[in-house]
Design a protein around this ligand. Structure first.
Ligand code: MF3
Ligand code: CO
Ligand code: CO
Length: 256
């Protein structure tokens, strides 16, 4: 078990690639409308990452993943593969962007509402985002992974949602997925204590129904077993002595 502590030069590269990943979400936002296909969204992101950012989309060919982004619609939990399927009004979709540049990966995702969505779908997305930030707000040197997981789980369950247990956040840096595994449920004080210089993702998947998932025959797409809606948000975060720095803030989330 070895968790990499990043030095200042590595942290600066993570800030840059984190910003690039966030910029892709800002770029794609106006294109997430009824009638667009997830392949079109994939191609827009791919070309922006390669041509404008001069970077590499990490998912492409990662363990055989065939596309450059993940697009997970409605009851799809994560790792959805872009296709010729058209988005329609009322869909909720997670777009998950991971960018590789100058030796480092930055990973972030968010929900988009397509056209007009139901109040219950909107609420699920709101609670998923709030759960992510409640987890993030736990972070400082000495916080345990159980503290983070518990904050997320408590908020989701208070709202009568469930937390996916089959997938988790992760360390990130020179590798897309590093140690540790960051569970989105747990008991305060349990598990590893974070140290300044660690960089992790938190990416809770929150279900309207039960937490159980299954994988589709394409080998990637994960869906809720009961076909209830699922929502996810993800940030890449640096642990500091007294708190944290979110490396993947989008323009609307930044204060400077
Ligand atoms: N971006 C996802 C994560 O948050 C991983 C996607 S792996 C892929 O960890 F191969 F599906 F792209
Ligand atoms: Co991730
Ligand atoms: Co991701």
């Amino acid at each position: 078990m070895s968790i990499i502590i990043k030095n200042e030069a590595e942290i600066e590269k993570m800030r840059i690639v984190g910003r690039l990943a966030a910029d892709v979400l800002d770029m794609i936002a106006p294109h997430v409308v009824p009638g667009v296909t997830t392949n079109q969204l994939n191609d827009l992101c791919h070309n922006f990452i390669v041509d404008v950012q001069q970077a590499i989309p990490s998912p492409l060919n990662y363990r055989g993943f065939p596309k450059s982004i993940c697009t997970s619609i409605n009851h799809q939990v994560c790792h959805g593969i872009p296709s010729e399927k058209k988005l329609k009004s009322g869909d909720i979709i997670n777009i998950d962007i991971t960018v590789f540049k100058d030796g480092f990966h930055g990973d972030t995702s968010m929900m988009f509402c397509v056209g007009t969505v139901s109040a219950h779908a909107q609420r699920l997305c709101d609670i998923a985002r709030e759960s992510l930030f409640l987890g993030i707000e736990q972070i400082k040197s000495g916080t345990t992974l159980g503290d983070i997981g518990n904050a997320i789980q408590t908020h989701a369950e208070k709202n009568r949602y469930s937390v996916v247990q089959d997938y988790c956040g992760h360390g990130i840096g020179r590798d897309f997925h590093e140690e540790p595994q960051v569970l989105h449920y747990g008991v305060p004080g349990d598990g590893l204590a974070l140290e300044a210089g660690m960089i992790i993702t938190i990416e809770p998947m929150i279900n309207q129904g039960k937490h159980h998932t299954k994988s589709l025959g394409d080998g990637w797409t994960v869906v809720t077993k009961d076909h209830s809606l699922s929502a996810q948000y993800e940030h890449t975060i640096l642990v500091t002595e007294n708190g944290y720095e979110i490396l993947t803030l989008r323009a609307a989330e930044r204060t400077n």
